[in-house]
Design a binder for this molecule. Structure first.
Ligand SMILES: [Zn+2]
Length: 442
């Protein structure tokens, strides 16, 4: 297959997707306002879209934070609020994802995630209820049921991290050190000012109906505002999708003012249950802070410093696969192949279903010449997040190293269907030309 034909296939897919969107558009009654609303997604499509995208988004956010007790706790708080919402009958799901960035997002159909980074900065359950209530508000008012999300979701599902791959090197250690392979700064959609105002109002309504102190909403907005002043990059994604204006904060204060006095007690902030549920999270927070420093050093090319920080981080939290995966990346970059392989295998044994662990192990094993093992990890990575060009690329490299050109060529074609620029695409194109799979003019 030629690169030109590959482009044609992709173009047809886009046209089909656009046609599908238009043909499925219709009117529906908005559950919050009771008014007719033009939407691009039926409830059933919304549900299916959310169900397909949720596992991928969770992987892109570095998987679930490994603490089943905390996951249960957050889901319980979320489900209590969802049951009081305008759409109580959706299959809501809540999880804590392991990304360090401060973020929370809702997918269509009621799939809601909050990051470790955001949860680490909170102090009580009322703050958590405010954030989850706000996200449930977006779902209840069907803010995502517009075409934009649909397009964004479809795009993300097929081409995670393509922009990063256009600059990605073909050396495994360099690729892993770049770290931006998975887009962790998830911006699902930009909600409008009106939608934000409505989600705030609904969040307040649901959290107070559940008996929480409304001050939780004000407190969490103040935490986010203070974080933005100190570390603007950490909150970038959240503020892109949910702009925090001074008007929002003032309204939250005003709304909290009008809530019944019986709710405004310290007990209704529920600091103690929150403190208990997040004890494990707070214990490993310093290890993750070290990991983030190590990632920064690695991105700047300071491999030695990155290695020191990441080794300290794994010493502090040896059960956390994500930290081992980044340590493996630092070791690979420092050309310590054997150590990298050990760290990557450790990450996989701790979290066999973590895409980053599988992908890192696949790349590192390839560099070590362990092609069977590498292909095994990459097959697992492919199952977790299907269709990633970087996975296809390293599968191809393994086949090529084994002398299986047909199998390698198939993988390189997959890469070229998604990535057109940069060293990786160039590598695939060159091989396919050399081997006669692509005819070049002249
Ligand atoms: Zn919002």
């Amino acid at each position: 297959m030629t690169a030109r034909r590959a482009r044609g296939v992709l173009g047809r897919y886009r046209i089909a997707a656009a046609w599908l969107m238009l043909s499925l558009a219709g009117c529906a009654v908005n559950p919050v306002t009771g008014r007719q609303q033009f939407v691009l997604m039926s409830e059933e499509q919304e549900r299916r879209m959310g169900e397909d995208a949720y596992p991928v988004y969770t992987q892109m956010s570095e998987g679930e934070f490994p603490d089943p007790g905390l996951q249960r706790y957050v889901a319980e708080v979320g489900k209590r609020l969802a049951a009081l919402s305008h759409r109580p009958n959706l299959d809501y799901e809540f999880n804590v994802v392991n990304a360090s960035e401060i973020n929370a997002y809702a997918l269509p159909g009621g799939k809601i995630s909050i990051t470790r980074g955001l949860l680490t900065r909170m102090e009580n359950e009322a703050q958590l209820a405010a954030v989850l209530g706000h996200e449930i508000g977006h779902v209840a008012a069907r803010h995502q049921a517009a075409g934009y999300t649909r397009q964004v979701l479809a795009g993300v599902l097929t081409t995670v991290g393509v922009v990063a791959l256009e600059t990605a090197r073909v050396q495994g250690g360099d690729l892993l050190a770049q770290g931006g392979l998975l887009a962790t700064n998830l911006v699902l959609m930009k909600y409008s000012r009106d939608q934000e105002r409505q989600a705030d109002e609904l969040g307040m309504e649901y959290m107070t109906a559940a008996g929480y102190n409304p001050e939780g909403m004000v407190q969490v907005m103040e935490i986010l505002k203070a974080t933005r002043d100190r570390e603007p990059s950490a909150v970038e994604a959240l503020f892109l999708s949910h702009p925090l204006t001074s008007e929002r904060l003032a309204r939250a204060r005003e709304e909290a003012e009008f809530q019944p006095r019986r709710l405004k007690t310290p007990e209704r902030l529920r600091a103690e249950p929150f403190r208990k549920a997040t004890a494990g999270l707070r214990k490993v927070a310093p290890a993750y802070a070290k990991m983030d420093e190590g990632r920064k050093a690695l991105a700047k090319g300071k491999a030695e410093e990155a290695l020191r920080l990441l080794r300290e981080a794994t010493d502090m939290a040896p059960e956390h696969a994500l930290i081992w995966a980044f340590r493996a990346a630092a070791e690979a970059k420092a050309k310590q192949t054997k150590e990298a392989l050990d760290s990557a295998e450790r990450a996989v044994s701790l979290a066999p279903n973590l895409f980053r662990a599988r992908f890192t192990a696949g790349v590192v094993a390839f560099e070590a010449g362990e092609h069977d093992r590498s292909l095994e990890h990459l097959a697992a990575a492919e199952k977790l997040v299907p269709g990633q060009p970087a996975v296809a690329f390293f599968r191809g490299r393994n086949y090529e190293a084994r002398g299986d050109r047909d199998a390698a060529a198939r993988e390189y074609v997959k890469v070229l269907k998604k990535v057109r620029k940069g060293p990786m695409a160039k590598y695939c194109f060159q091989r396919l030309s050399e081997w006669g799979y692509i005819r070049t003019r002249g």
